[in-house]
Design a protein around this ligand. Structure first.
Ligand SMILES: [Cu+2]
Length: 470
């Protein structure tokens, strides 16, 4: 607003030639500057330079889109385009996203803001933008064919509405959704409350991320968009462990984590060492009387959950999806169960012939974590990550909440591994081991110490093959 006024004042003073040159610049400025992010790192919170003040969020392995003020309207420019997203060091995916990344940048506004979003389509097919969860005029809802014609390649559409209610929302296309969401097109939206809200607490740290899933064959770069259930990369903001940044907080901080689910299945998101409360959904803040403590909250498809807790226990606390197949990375769906089979040599030979060949360890899956098995290029071990005590054997939707008493307010740097106070770590017992009492074969004989009357039982362990019943 100021710039515009100053310009007209300046133009009046400087006269003809300069005015003409500048006018064309003003005409070009009709479209807000295109801002692109090349890094998959977590960017520091974007402090608002103008407009109503608010406490910004931190997008996990993401960033917030800057805006410009135009006569009191917040203007954003989203560009739908093909992107290369590093999912974790060692693996890049060719996705579709916005402004250089998948997911796109987070949009942050304040309740009551008038918002104008320019959406440019640089994809090979048409798209549209749906503002999931928002109250808005029907024609701004972004459903191709129903509320607007789709945005053809090379075209730009303008959406404009007032952010009417505070909360956490998402944006995603509503055109060829199966393809475009499977390719990573989505982003987060936060509308901060204008005034102190009776159901919205102020927090010290406010994190946000989206759940998305991809099916990328080991060694490949592009997701298989026809996949309905058999995804092999379970991501937070299109990143998998160990590529997901840790959530670093100061002891006794009140922490909010906002999570939206745009995968095709539910995700029970679980925290260690603390209890959280669900304080909001995409429908808005949860009435205080309706809240209860949890350590896991299930987030169904198309839902958002906002959880809060006081980080009052120091340490490195796991924070992950509780479906164990969602804390693993790419594995072939046809991986046979190989427990008891020593196939290391043969696996080496096969992988020379078949680059995408992966198999399971002979004692369980942990061999995979130790990277004993050969892997094709551009994929990630199914289970990986090195902690201070050894391998973590994780992948996918896993990270760590690091609570430290010396983490500075507003500092999001990774403080490194937790230094446990002496005597507070589980340790190995090295005393004598007594024979365990056993259930006798004859139930009337009673339990006798040190006898082995029970018949020998051999258990054949067979893990399920894939997820969908091949
Ligand atoms: Cu999950």
């Amino acid at each position: 607003m100021n710039n515009r006024r100053n310009f007209f004042k300046m133009a009046g003073i400087a006269g003809g030639a300069l005015a003409a040159a500048s006018v064309s610049k003003v005409a070009l400025a009709g479209l807000p500057e295109e801002v692109t992010q090349v890094s998959p790192d977590t960017m520091p919170p974007l402090q608002p330079k103008n407009g109503r003040p608010y406490n910004p969020v931190v997008t996990l392995n993401g960033w917030t889109l800057p805006w410009r003020m135009n006569n009191g309207v917040k203007e954003f420019h989203l560009v739908a385009e093909p992107v290369v997203r590093e999912m974790a060091p060692g693996m890049k995916a060719h996705l579709w996203g916005y402004n250089g990344q998948s997911p796109g940048p987070t949009i942050e506004v304040v309740e009551g803001d008038r918002v104008r979003i320019f959406v440019t389509n640089r994809l090979p097919e048409h798209t549209s933008m749906h503002w999931h969860g928002q109250r808005l005029p029907n024609g701004m809802d972004g459903v191709s064919g129903l509320t607007q014609p789709s945005i053809q390649p090379g075209k730009t559409f303008v959406y404009e509405f007032v952010a009417r209610r505070p909360g956490t929302f998402m944006y995603h296309p509503h055109a060829d959704e199966m393809t475009q969401m499977a390719m990573g097109m989505m982003g987060s939206w936060v509308t901060h409350p204008k005034n102190k809200h009776p159901q919205i607490d102020e927090v010290d740290r406010d994190f946000i991320f989206l759940l998305s899933a991809y099916d990328i064959e080991p060694g490949a770069f592009k997701p298989n968009i026809m996949t309905m259930t058999e995804f092999n990369l379970w991501t937070w903001n299109s990143r998998v462990f160990p590529g997901i940044d840790t959530l670093n907080v100061r002891k006794n901080d009140r922490v909010r984590i906002r999570v939206g689910n745009l995968t095709m299945t539910n995700h029970p998101i679980h925290i260690h060492g603390h209890e959280f409360t669900v304080t909001g959904t995409d429908g808005g803040p949860m009435p205080r009387t309706a809240r209860w403590p949890e350590v896991t909250t299930d987030i169904a498809v198309g839902q958002m959950r906002q959880v809060e807790f006081v980080a009052d226990e120091e340490g490195d606390w796991s924070f992950h999806c509780h479906k164990s197949h969602h804390t693993m990375n790419a594995m072939g769906h046809t991986v046979p169960t190989m427990i008891g089979v020593d196939h290391k040599d043969v696996a080496d030979k096969i992988s020379k012939l078949v680059p995408s060949y992966m198999t399971m360890g002979d004692k369980g899956m942990a061999d995979m974590g130790a990277m004993e098995m050969p892997l094709p290029d551009n994929t990630l071990p199914m289970m990986t990550g090195e902690g201070p005590f050894g391998g973590l054997e994780m992948g996918g939707m896993f990270s760590v909440v690091k609570v430290r008493k010396d983490q500075k307010p507003g500092d999001y740097k990774d403080p490194g591994w937790f230094r446990h106070p002496k005597g507070t770590v589980a340790y190995e017992y090295d005393g004598p081991v007594a024979d365990a009492p056993r259930q006798p074969a004859d139930p009337h004989a009673g339990v006798r110490q040190g006898t082995h009357a029970a018949p020998e039982v051999e258990v054949q362990v067979r893990k399920p093959q894939g997820h969908g019943g091949h």
